[in-house]
Design a protein. Structure first.
Length: 373
């Protein structure tokens, strides 16, 4: 079709939409209600994809992960050749924040994997080595208590300078500090903390024996230490892979099913609209409009309504996720926007094709006298 005719058809579609305000509002509302669940599924699928990248990292199968509870920092005194990463977590009440319970987490250089999700700056090598009194804060606490970069956060008797905010939605109610800093915050070692260590044994070393050796060393340093779990990387890899695959299959099935029902619903609406306007369609065809141009006209109308519904979904998905406490498993970003818009265009093309296929079976005379299309 010539560009001029395409422009005219788009103009007429927009005018028709503006003229039928009430009906268009109902169409948009119907499309919005139908689209919101598939978009939630796409956003959750995107979150699962990020989880896969985070947990199924390269070399996972070569590791051993051990967690234990202890009051002694000596239980984590390992040789650097053995230790891949270490995190120490303590539960604390922040009095300045209405006694809010938070997790104070010390991390070493190897375990800090949120560098690209920090607003501000991360810990320097010197701060990590010296145990500087600096910290990172999760986004929720940062916003709720009106914090600013450069503010101080009091933990016990120490004041920590806030140097960055972590936007990762999986990190909540957390204060992150360098590993050696947490030893300064709890010098008396009177708090039971959770230690999470990841080791990379030698290739020829037996992992079961390695776990036994590390466990014995922890118990030797602190007889009251409590082993939480010890797991080999290949077992974790298998578990993560199986769980993520199941979630992806379920979400994909739900998304496909909802989109299929949505497509059928829209087709019924369009066919019903064609039945009401069969004489108008016949007159347009008699005046020179082809079946394909009428199909293009419906394509523009459907895409216009769906894009408006998509925009409403984009504006409300995060507030709805927060209202239903789904914000931790919903990742709304450019991928979700692109997937939703592309799906809308594809559905519009399918519907326009169905309209063309349906109209090609009838002549102008048939449309004027037929009771049904």
């Amino acid at each position: 079709m010539p560009v001029k005719k395409i422009t005219y058809l788009i103009y007429q579609s927009v005018r028709c939409g503006l003229y039928l305000k009430g009906r268009m509002v109902l169409y948009i509302l119907c499309f919005y209600i139908t689209l919101i669940l598939p978009v939630f599924c796409i956003a959750n699928y995107n979150y699962i994809h990020d989880m896969r990248a985070e947990y199924l990292y390269e070399g996972l199968d070569k590791t051993v992960q051990i967690d234990w509870m202890s009051t002694s920092f000596d239980t984590a005194d390992f040789n650097m050749e053995e230790k891949s990463s270490l995190k120490i977590r303590a539960q604390e009440m922040i009095l300045d924040w209405d006694s809010r319970p938070v997790t104070v987490e010390g991390r070493d250089q190897q375990s800090f994997d949120n560098r690209d999700q920090v607003k501000g700056r991360i810990f320097t090598d010197r701060e990590m080595k010296e145990g500087a009194l600096v910290c990172l804060l999760d986004r929720e606490c940062f916003q709720e208590y009106g914090c600013n970069l450069g503010d101080t956060v009091r933990v016990r008797d120490q004041e920590l300078e806030l140097i960055g905010v972590i936007s990762d939605p999986k990190i909540r109610n957390s204060i992150l500090v360098p590993l050696h800093t947490i030893k300064k915050l709890y010098p008396s070692q009177d708090v039971k903390m959770q230690y999470s260590a990841t080791f990379i044994p030698e290739a020829e070393e037996d992992k079961d024996q390695f776990i036994s050796d590390i466990t014995a060393r922890v118990e030797e340093k602190d007889e009251s230490a409590e082993l939480l779990f010890a797991v080999k990387g290949e077992d974790l890899q298998q578990e993560y892979t199986s769980s993520i695959a199941k979630w992806e299959t379920v979400r994909a099935a739900i998304t496909f099913g909802i989109f299929l029902l949505f497509l059928i619903n829209v087709l019924l609406i369009i066919i019903g609209k064609m039945k009401e306007k069969k004489k108008t369609i016949a007159i347009k065809m008699a005046l020179g409009l082809s079946v394909y141009e009428i199909g293009f006209n419906y394509l523009i109308e459907v895409i216009m309504v769906m894009v408006i519904a998509d925009v409403l979904v984009f504006l409300t998905i995060e507030p709805l996720a927060e209202f239903f406490s789904l914000n931790l498993i919903i990742l709304f970003d450019h991928f979700v926007v692109a997937a939703a818009l592309i799906s809308s265009i594809v559905i519009g093309i399918i519907i326009a094709s169905a309209v063309v296929y349906n109209l090609r079976k009838y002549s102008v005379g048939d449309l004027l006298k037929a009771e049904d299309i």
